[in-house]
Design a protein around this ligand. Structure first.
Ligand code: G6P
Length: 369
């Protein structure tokens, strides 16, 4: 097992560090050399096919569901088709409105999660066209769906998903760009700009992984708190949900993520002196709004760790610590912003002496309902 861990103490840390490679593999051969388009040979969709859909569902569990939330944002923004994102165990039991004009996308690292598989079967029964985004070739979900786009993350052993998540985000982004190209819902220059940015992402994830020391320090400093809050708006909110799940899964700290603007509708009551709040502020389009939410928690004496883009000079004036990630487009920055959150969860779990790769009560693949 030590050999399989490749010199790392845990599979999770190894898999966090494998993200540049996994992301590169998932992107490569899927973008045109001249950066003009996403090429998904496995799909060969055309305008008529895409125009036949009045709705897309993205259905998944756990971390894959969080990737789906980012997918909803990407596809709606880029391809202008309404997307509903649902938890697989909820989807089937609410009489979903699905017919032949529905595209069902299921996301699953293992391809074996029973709720996700059941949701896929139900959507098919109701007439939907189906697409699986999965990491395991020939898995049950891959076989059941009409079409598959694989994430090329390689085997993921740790229960807490890391490289599967980032590669799922990549596929969501590729799908958004691919659909936008076919439907002509985005200016060509913008597609090219995003693809150029995407090419830099593997290297930038590598840069994000270079300096773990501040994160180790925060984990030691705050690892014994029993409650941690994550806040963010827009894509930062989706990433906050994943950061919070990572932390609770492996460190058993009670962690909750909130849309920053929703704080004042309840959660603010829980923000008291010295409560750690991880505040994501990478989204330029909602930056000022997020900043005002951060000031609200600071006014209640929370300890705020901000996550910001490298070019940010504002946030450090208002928070206790800032972790910066390399500068990129705000649509791509979730791929970088999640990395310090994965590391924070990992080192918090280490601080608390938890079994990182096999957290209590959890399984890597849940094949019972
Ligand atoms: C389990 C794992 C999670 C994973 C979820 C969905 O709960 O512990 O890490 O996100 O299942 O798994 P899937 O294989 O469908 O992505």
């Amino acid at each position: 097992e030590a050999a399989e861990k490749g010199g790392y103490e845990h599979f999770m840390l190894k898999e966090i560090h494998e993200q540049p490679k996994a992301v590169r593999a998932t992107i490569s051969s899927r973008i045109a050399k001249d950066n003009s388009a996403v090429v998904l040979d496995e799909l060969k969709w055309n305008k008529d096919f895409l125009n036949s859909f009045n709705r897309i569902f993205i259905v998944a569990c756990g971390t894959a569901y969080h990737a789906g939330l980012v997918g909803k944002y990407y596809i709606e923004k880029m391809a202008r088709i309404p997307v509903e994102c649902d938890i697989a165990s909820e989807f089937r039991y609410r009489s979903p409105i699905v017919d032949e004009n529905t595209l069902m996308i299921v996301v699953s690292q293992s391809g074996e999660t029973s709720d996700t598989l059941a949701a896929l079967k139900e959507a098919k029964r109701l007439g939907a066209k189906t697409l699986a985004v999965t990491n395991v070739v020939g898995s049950s979900i891959a076989r059941e769906a009409d079409q598959v786009v694989y994430t090329w993350a390689g085997p993921e052993i740790a229960v807490a998903s890391t490289k599967a998540y980032t590669t799922q985000l990549i596929v969501m982004l590729l799908l958004g760009l691919y659909m936008a190209g076919i439907r002509e819902t985005m200016p060509q220059e913008r597609i090219t700009e995003l693809i150029r940015g995407l090419r830099e992402i593997p290297t930038q994830i590598g840069q994000t992984l270079e300096d773990e020391d501040p994160i180790k320090t925060f984990a030691k400093q705050y690892g014994f708190n029993e409650d941690v809050f994550f806040i963010g708006r827009s894509l930062d909110y989706a990433v906050a949900l994943e950061g919070s799940l990572k932390l609770k899964e492996i460190s058993y700290i009670h962690a909750e993520a909130y849309a920053a603007g929703e704080l004042k509708h309840g959660t603010l009551a829980l923000i008291v002196d010295s409560i750690p709040v991880i505040a994501l502020a990478t989204q330029k389009s909602v930056y000022e709004k997020t900043l005002s939410n951060i000031k609200e928690v600071k006014a209640r004496d929370a300890v705020v760790i901000g996550i910001a883009s490298a070019d940010d000079t504002e946030l450090e004036k208002y928070v206790d610590h800032v972790i910066k990630v390399p500068e990129t487009d705000e649509l791509l920055i979730p791929l970088l912003a999640v990395v310090p959150l994965q590391l924070l969860a990992y080192y918090a779990a280490i601080t608390r002496g938890c079994d990182v790769d096999k957290p209590r009560n959890l399984a890597k693949s849940v094949t019972v309902e």
